[in-house]
Design a protein around this ligand. Structure first.
Ligand SMILES: *[C@@H]1O[C@H](CO)[C@@H](O)[C@H](O)[C@H]1NC(C)=O
Length: 312
């Protein structure tokens, strides 16, 4: 309630990418295709893992959870953007903006911790195969998941804590296609340098920290694989290269936003496309559809479905 009393800004305006009608049409098609493909791909992953008992193992449960987060993540930003593409006045309400920030940071933070969990899962599977099932027990998996969501939510609540009392007294144009904290802070009618610093530290810490942890764990796994080269080197390498690709796509743009010293460049707006569109789309492609077991499971599921249809 405090927010409403202090602020006279009740909505924010997105500048979007361009005013050219042709490019907007192109963006619309691009956004629509990528969004539908991401949702479909991730849904297929979740259903395949849930319905096929051969895939009831920690690695696939974690993958399915990643897919759920991806669907949440892209649904926070993309539908709103698609809806606004052809509108002259691309507005979002004050609460809508805060909601976008809250959920995108919560889902983003959770995804980071989940990626670390997945790296740990691969570490145990490759480096300690005999203890795999005892270490990655169902209870442990659940612990990891709860921890991921808790860290994501805490991270997001801390971020919101920084803006909730800010006065917004007039400027309300965001040069972006979604609400992000650094740009929002610059609209407040008070000196926000300290806050911007805190936001950068909070997001920078969680993203750079997770990234470093991931890189270290991949180097460690690669080193172990290399030492015992007889044990399925190529399989381990292909799994790891998939993980590393996703990690670079996901963290690259994020670390750029939050640690780049000059916030006035437009580059970050375009880089945000990666996290909003490309990563949620790539995750099922890279992690899953290239995976043999998953392919077999999907085929099995398909034939089961066809069979069922023929009977009924
Ligand atoms: C997420 O992981 C948990 C624990 O491993 C599992 O029980 C659950 O089914 C997973 N969620 C999905 C959507 O697969």
């Amino acid at each position: 309630m405090d927010v409403m009393n202090q602020s006279i800004v009740s909505e924010f305006i997105f500048l979007g990418f361009t005013t050219s009608w042709k490019i907007q049409l192109l963006l619309f098609v691009f956004a629509f295709l990528f969004y539908s493909a991401s949702m479909m791909g991730n849904l297929v992953v979740v259903f395949t893992v849930a319905l096929d008992s051969h895939l009831h193992s920690p690695m696939y449960f974690l993958l399915a959870n990643l897919s759920v987060i991806d669907m949440v993540f892209c649904s926070i930003i993309v539908p709103k953007m698609i809806y606004g593409i052809f509108k002259k006045h691309k507005s979002i309400s004050f609460c809508g903006c805060i909601t976008q920030i809250f959920f995108s940071h919560a889902a983003g933070g959770t995804e980071m911790v989940l990626l670390i969990t997945m790296a740990f899962d691969r570490y145990v599977a490759i480096c300690k195969p005999l203890q795999y099932l005892t270490i990655m027990s169902p209870r442990m998996c659940l612990h990891f998941l709860v921890t991921s969501w808790t860290i994501g939510l805490i991270h997001s609540l801390v971020q919101l804590g920084f803006v909730v009392d800010l006065p917004f007294c007039g400027p309300n144009v965001l040069d972006s296609f979604y609400c992000d904290l650094p740009r929002l802070l610059r609209l407040a009618c008070t000196n926000t340098q300290e806050l911007e610093f805190m936001v950068t530290v909070n997001s920078g810490l969680i993203s750079v920290g997770s990234f470093v942890l991931l890189v270290i764990s991949y180097i460690f796994i690669l080193f172990t694989v290399w030492k015992h080269a007889s044990r399925g080197l190529s399989k381990a390498l292909s799994t790891l290269s998939a993980h590393i690709t996703v990690v670079v796509f996901f963290f690259g743009p994020l670390m750029f936003f939050y640690t780049w010293p000059s916030p006035t460049s437009h580059l970050d707006k375009y880089l945000a496309i990666f996290d909003a569109f490309i990563t949620p789309f790539l995750n099922p492609v890279i992690y899953t559809f290239r995976n043999k077991e998953m392919n077999v499971a999907m085929r099995r599921l398909c034939s089961r479905f066809v069979h069922y249809k023929n009977i009924s």
